[in-house]
Design a protein around this ligand. Structure first.
Ligand code: NOJ
Length: 561
């Protein structure tokens, strides 16, 4: 039985995520830019997506590649100008593509004017834009509390001139904004208005559940990592601030929002995204299905558990259906490539297709990350000198403190680093993968001669064409968008099978997560001989009656009208 669902544009769209530095370089300086993006708009359109989410394009000293913003009202010189951005918005809109900006307001850069002025003068109104506090002992000998930053040691940085510390949950160059100050909230609303007036259609809100800190900033529970998190993650005030943003800005503009929410559960998410009076965000990015091969962070690796992954997906599918809406993703700029994690590089195209069908056929708005559509893979760095990310260097220190050898740390880092998602998009087999005419700012994955857009365009069986077809099929079938969800064979360690149902039509999605053959009989009520096989990753597959023996990482999607 399908629960009635409110139909809305953002539920029907699919989104392509661009991490601008590595997408496409238009001016030959080795760094991706807006000119490059504009040159690829037709390609993006051809994927059958309806929107682009841009990781930060703003002016930034790049301590965290754009997630440290020095000017919220300008485009980074690396990427171009505001004028070019306006052209991009117009060109995208002309093609029916919406633009979603990243909004990073948990913290700024320490090079932002607010921070610089508040640091130079305690009496400046900007001082209270941040969390400046006296230490527990004078002279920088003991910070105000025991919180740890997620990126760089302790969460407090001492300033000798002021004899005060400032709070940074992320890197030292990312001081946290004091959202309890109404002036800061006014600034945030005005920043939103600025971009909405330029024509953007919505925001992806960075670590939005961290924007409120517990009053008094008490000590956190002394665990090995993320000390203090219970005092800055998901506090009730977050909802108050987001209500203000929604009522005063987002609702009047009809803007879309997806909030990034670490440690989120379906129950907690309902507070933010349940449709009706108290809704403050349209969607949320949770992390639960990204924990099927690790614990808490990608860096603490465990063997992949399909059951863990299925449980997470199903919990959210059931939990949101009819009352809220899911954000579906497998890759973004913060995680290694998914084929290396949940698929198998030896079956790159097959397992890539299986993973695509597995998540895109679920109920929710799908997000596809640059390069995912051609099955880009992780890459190896020979030494820590080749790592650019502040997080990787921090993790190196952490592992060293636990006594890990350098060799071992490097091997962990190569698998776990988010830099795997940040190598240049491989456009062709030409020099530098066709990403730049200059010297790329970061190494291109050497496999670009084989794995690239041009090769995929010329191969009718490529993953790229599969993504296109899948996203088109979703767009054209309300069953895939609005149908309900039921999982089968829950206890299977190798198969993920689920059905969707809508107005008498049904979809059966079969995914194998192993290279070994698995025999399965279709769930009760399905006659495979009567279904139309709409997606498959092997040619000439058949079913013996209602029974299938799967090929490596096989997927089949059957439609029953
Ligand atoms: C989450 C972003 O996705 C990540 O890339 C960034 O480093 C942190 N937030 C800090 O802004």
């Amino acid at each position: 039985m399908s629960t009635p669902i409110n139909k809305t544009w953002y539920k029907e769209m699919s989104v392509y995520q661009i991490w601008p530095r590595s997408f496409c370089d238009g001016n030959g300086d080795g760094i991706g830019d807006l000119e490059g993006v504009i040159s690829k708009l037709d390609y993006i359109k051809s994927l059958n997506v309806d929107a682009i989410w841009f990781s930060p394009l703003y002016t930034s000293p790049n301590a965290d590649y754009g997630y440290d913003i020095a000017d919220y009202r300008n485009i980074s010189e690396d990427y171009g100008t505001l004028e070019q951005f306006k052209t991009l918005v117009d060109e995208a809109h002309r093609r029916g593509i919406k633009i979603i900006m990243d909004l990073v307001v948990n913290h700024t850069s320490d090079e932002h004017e607010w921070f610089k002025q508040g640091r130079a003068d305690k009496n400046s109104p900007y001082h209270d834009y941040y969390y400046w506090r006296k230490g527990k002992k004078p002279g920088g000998k003991k910070p105000p509390n025991n919180w740890k930053s997620l990126f760089e040691g302790g969460a407090w940085e001492y300033d000798a001139d002021l004899d005060e510390y400032y709070l940074h949950i992320f890197a030292k160059k990312q001081p946290d904004l004091n959202m309890s100050n109404p002036a800061v909230r006014e600034e945030v609303k005005n920043i939103m208005r600025f971009w909405l007036d330029l024509g953007v259609d919505g925001f992806r809100e960075d670590v939005i559940t961290y924007i409120a800190k517990r009053e008094g900033l008490p000590n956190g529970f002394p665990i090995p990592a993320a000390v203090g998190m219970e005092h800055y993650s998901g506090l009730p005030k977050v909802h108050d601030y987001l209500t203000e943003f929604r009522k005063e800005v987002l609702e009047p503009y009809g803007a879309f929002t997806v909030g990034e929410a670490p440690m989120m559960t379906p129950k907690k998410a309902k507070k933010y995204i349940e449709e009706g009076g108290n809704q403050v965000l349209d969607l949320m990015f949770h992390f639960q299905h990204m924990g099927a091969d690790c614990i808490f962070t990608d860096w603490i690796v465990t063997p992949f558990s399909l059951k863990r992954m299925k449980k997470a997906f199903s919990r959210w599918q059931r939990g949101m259906y009819g009352t809220a809406w899911n954000a579906l993703y497998l890759e973004n700029h913060d995680h290694p490539r998914i084929i290396n994690r949940y698929g198998d590089p030896l079956y790159r195209v097959e397992s890539g297709k299986m993973l695509a069908a597995m998540y895109i056929c679920q109920c929710g708005t799908p997000f596809v990350y640059q390069g995912q559509e051609i099955g880009m893979l992780n890459t190896e760095r020979g030494s820590f000198d080749d790592f650019k990310d502040v997080m990787a260097h921090n993790m190196r220190k952490t592992f060293r403190s636990f006594g890990f050898s350098e060799k071992r740390i490097l091997s962990i880092a190569n698998k776990a680093t988010r830099e795997n998602a940040r190598t240049p998009v491989q456009w062709s087999a030409a020099k530098n993968a066709g990403f730049t005419a200059g010297a790329p700012w970061v190494g291109v994955n050497p496999n670009y001669t084989e794995i690239n857009v041009e090769a995929a365009e010329n191969d009718a069986d490529s993953l790229l064409h599969f993504y296109r077809a899948l996203l088109k099929f979703r767009k054209e079938n309300e069953l895939v968008i609005y149908g309900d969800y039921k999982e089968h064979f829950k206890s299977s360690r190798n198969l993920y099978v689920y059905e969707r149902n809508y107005k008498g039509r049904r979809l059966l999605v079969i995914c194998s997560f192993t290279d070994k053959p698995v025999k399965l009989t279709a769930p009760k009520g399905f006659d495979l001989q009567k279904g139309e096989l709409v997606f498959q990753n092997y040619k000439d597959v058949t079913a013996q009656g209602n029974t299938i023996v799967t090929k490596p990482y096989e997927t089949r999607v059957y439609l029953f009208n």
